[in-house]
Write a protein that binds this ligand. Structure first.
Ligand code: G
Ligand code: G
Ligand code: MN
Ligand code: NA
Length: 254
């Protein structure tokens, strides 16, 4: 049977769940946030990557309900953490461009915050560079509206799209996440180092906080800290984990 038929039933069958990956301040390695990442455990195929089922959900009109569920689950979880290290940290949630385009998105976000009791300032919505195409007046107004309500915005996978500097200047947003394809080759590859330095310098001078993703080695972390990148995320610190494992991980860190 086509995978989409299974995907339609996956939520009600309890096959969809979230894992969480910590983000740290590079300067002191304190945990400052957690990114929620969706997973699908298919009864026959095993784990299906979101790279496969998110596009499927988008193509078949399932992304809004899936996305709302992810957001609510992540907010509920974050509101309930009471381990010292996790209390009050930010929660980042990936959002599909189709969700942003759906009418009432900002109200839906607000309702979920009310329902789960998550403080608005703790929520970061991650959008991809390409979901905010240039001259997207409506998209810009939506991000403005969300930020006026206290939600923070991160540009995910930064550097892989076609952002111009004027776009970076005008986009209502708080964080830039340097794509891990650039992190992979630092330190050592002069071109990768140059790109990382440039993103941090331009981003910070435009008021963004910079997050590096995919940090796997101490050398990468040290290099990124030396160029004043603010935060980091990657296997060096922790893999994405189920909520219970994350709580154990957090307790061990204190
Ligand atoms: O977690 P992993 O590396 O397998 O994620 C693969 C891709 O799926 C990444 O680009 C990630 O941003 C995306 N992704 C993970 N969880 C979500 C989600 O809840 N919503 C959306 N829209 N994308 C997600
Ligand atoms: O596109 P986005 O940044 O949302 O994707 C996050 C994805 O990156 C997650 O699926 C996660 O599993 C993966 N990831 C997180 N840390 C690392 C890392 O250190 N190395 C690699 N290769 N992937 C990572
Ligand atoms: Mn992300
Ligand atoms: Na990314």
């Amino acid at each position: 049977p086509p995978l989409v038929a299974d995907l339609k039933k996956a939520r009600s069958r309890g096959e969809i769940f979230l894992v969480y990956q910590p983000q740290v301040n590079l300067a002191d390695e304190e945990v400052v946030g957690v990114e929620a990442l969706v997973r699908w455990s298919h009864p026959i195929r095993g784990l299906v990557s979101p790279n496969e089922f998110i596009p499927l959900a988008e193509a078949h009109g399932l992304i809004n309900s899936l996305g709302s569920w992810v957001l609510e689950e992540a907010c509920r979880q974050a509101a309930s953490w009471d381990e010292d290290v996790l209390k009050g940290v930010a929660i980042s949630v990936n959002v599909s461009p189709l969700q942003l385009a759906a009418p009432g998105f900002a109200d839906m976000v607000q309702q979920i915050e009310h329902k789960t009791g998550l403080a608005t300032e703790r929520l970061i919505l991650e959008i991809t560079e390409s979901s905010m195409v240039r001259d997207n007046e409506r998209g810009f107004r939506l991000l403005d509206e969300l930020r006026r309500r206290g939600v923070h915005i991160a540009i995910d996978d930064f550097g892989t799209g076609y952002s111009s500097l004027s776009y970076l200047r005008d986009l209502p947003s708080d964080y830039l996440k340097i794509d891990r394809s650039f992190v992979r080759d630092v330190p050592g590859k002069p071109e990768a180092e140059a790109i990382a330095r440039a993103v941090v310098a331009v981003g910070k001078s435009l008021g963004y906080q910079i997050v590096a993703e995919g940090i796997e080695t101490r050398q990468q972390a040290d290099f990124l800290q030396s160029i004043w990148c603010d935060k980091g995320q990657g296997y060096l610190y922790a893999h994405p984990m189920r909520a219970g494992e994350l709580a154990d991980w957090a307790r061990k860190r204190t």
